[in-house]
Design a protein around this ligand. Structure first.
Ligand SMILES: [Zn+2]
Ligand SMILES: [Zn+2]
Length: 127
């Protein structure tokens, strides 16, 4: 499945169909209200747009939320605090994916606060 941001500069690919969607209850996702799909590091690939991504760090600094610096769409995150590390992608970016029939799991016990924001120019990790 191919996912794109709104302006199309960011394109990612997911190699496995999701079995469920997740609505995270953390302070960040409560604001974006996105439905997230999980992918392992081998199931997710950024096809294009590395130079067009900005990244926002929060919580314990292991969550890297990526968004398009042009259209502002939050396309995916990378979390290397889990074992193994994983990606989360914005299901709304995948036009061919109908998330309607998927069961939605709410993660209400996942409260991370924006304790620290790191300037992407100082700490720029794109994947
Ligand atoms: Zn964009
Ligand atoms: Zn979250």
């Amino acid at each position: 499945m191919i996912g794109k941001c709104h302006c199309g500069r960011i394109e990612f690919e997911v190699y496995q169909n999701p079995e469920q969607a997740t609505r995270c209850g953390c302070s960040y996702c409560a604001r974006t209200n996105w439905l997230t799909g999980y992918a392992s590091v081998v199931q997710f690939k950024l096809n294009q747009g590395t130079e067009d991504l900005s990244v926002y760090y929060y919580g314990d600094d292991n969550n890297h939320h990526f968004f398009c610096r042009h259209c502002g769409i939050n396309t995916h995150y990378f979390n290397d605090d889990t074992s193994p590390p994983h990606y989360g992608y914005n299901m709304g970016c995948i036009e061919e994916l109908d998330s309607g029939p998927l069961s939605v799991v709410s993660r209400v016990n996942h409260h991370m606060e924006a304790k620290k924001v790191v300037d992407p120019a100082v700490k720029d990790r794109t994947i």
